[in-house]
Design a protein around this ligand. Sequence first.
Ligand SMILES: *Cc1c(COP(=O)(O)O)cnc(C)c1O
Length: 358
Amino acid sequence: MINFTVGPVQMCEEVCRIGEEQVPYFRTQEFSKIMKENENLMKKFTGAGEKARVLFLTGSGTASMEAAIMNTLTQEDKALVINGGSFGQRFVDLCQIYEVPYTEIKLYYGQKLRKEMLEKYTGDKYTCLIVNVHETSTGVHYDLNMLHEFCQENHLFFIVDAISSFLADPIDMEKQGIDVLITGSQKALAVPPGISILTLSKKAINRIENNHVKSLYFNLKLALKNGERGQTPFTPAVSILRQIHQRLLMIDENGGANSEISRVHELAIDFRNRIKNLPVDIFSEEVSNAVTALKTRNVSAKKIFDILKDEYQIWICPNGGELSEKVFRVGHIGNLTITDNTVLIEALDDLVKRKILI
Ligand SMILES: *Cc1c(COP(=O)(O)O)cnc(C)c1O
C-alpha cells in the first residue's frame, strides 16, 4: 500500500525499526536525556523561544486539545473559536463541556477566513482565540499572520491546533504570538499515533500554574513539574517518544523544520500541477501543504477511495459526514516521494480511462 492519508502516515525505515525493539524502562537518566532533547528540538522547530516548555502527553491529538482548554482557560474567559469543520467543532464542544464562554466564527466547508470576519469582534472584550490553523477535514489553511495581528490588537491569548500543519506549513510561535501550539505524532511527524505535544509560552505556563483543574491525568501542573527532569507523571508511550526522537534528530540533520516544510511543499505543488486535466476541483479556498482536498464532479468520492484501496493498493483519505460523497483528500505528509505521486496520478488517469472518474 502507498499511504496518502493524513494520518497515520508513511514512516521511514529508521522509525519503523525502533517500533520493532523491546520497550526500555524509562525512569532512567538515559530516557530523561531523550525527553530533554525532544523538548529542545520541538522548541527549535516551533520558534518557541527559551522560556517555553514542551509537554508530551500520551493520547492522540484530541487529548492535547482537551488538556489545553482545561488547563489554560476558565469560566472567566471569553473565547473566539474559528469553526470551519469537524476539528473546529471539536473546540466548540470542548468549550461547552468545560463551560468556557465562547463565540464561534462559523465558516462553510472549504471557506477561507477573511479579515472582516474577525474585525467584527474587535474590542468585544474577548480574552482568547482558538483555531485549528489547518482545518484538516476541509483542507483549509488559515492565515496565521492575520490571526496574530488580530490577537495582538485585542490582547488575546492564542491557542493554535497545528496538529496537521506542524512540519508542513511555516509556523513561528514567538513571531506569531502563539501561546499554546498543539501537535500530534501521526501527522507530519510521521511516527505512530499515541503522543500529542503541547508547546507552551510563558503566558500559557502561568495560566496553567494558576488554574484549578479537576482532573488527575490531564492536570498539566504535574506534567510541567516532572518535565523539569525529563520525565512524565505516568508511564508514557515510550517507544513512540523514542521514534519522535529519531525523527526530530533526522529532520535537524537534514536542515531543520524549514527543509522538511519545503519537501512537503514540493510534493503538494507537484501533485496539484499534475491533476489539472483530471475531472476534480480543489475544494479549499486557501490550502495547506499537508493536504489537497478534492471535490469530485460526477462520481462518489467514497467510491474513488474504495477502488483505489481495493484495486490499486493506494490509500487516499475519505471524508466523513456531509462531505463523504463529494470530497476526498490526498495527503503530502510522511515518507512520500515524487515517484509515489506518479503512481497515484497514473491510477487516477486509469480511473478516467475506465470511465469511473468522470
Ligand atoms: C488529526 C487532527 C487532530 C487530532 O485527531 P486525533 O484523532 O485525536 O489524533 C486534531 N486537529 C487536527 C487539525 C487534526 O488534523
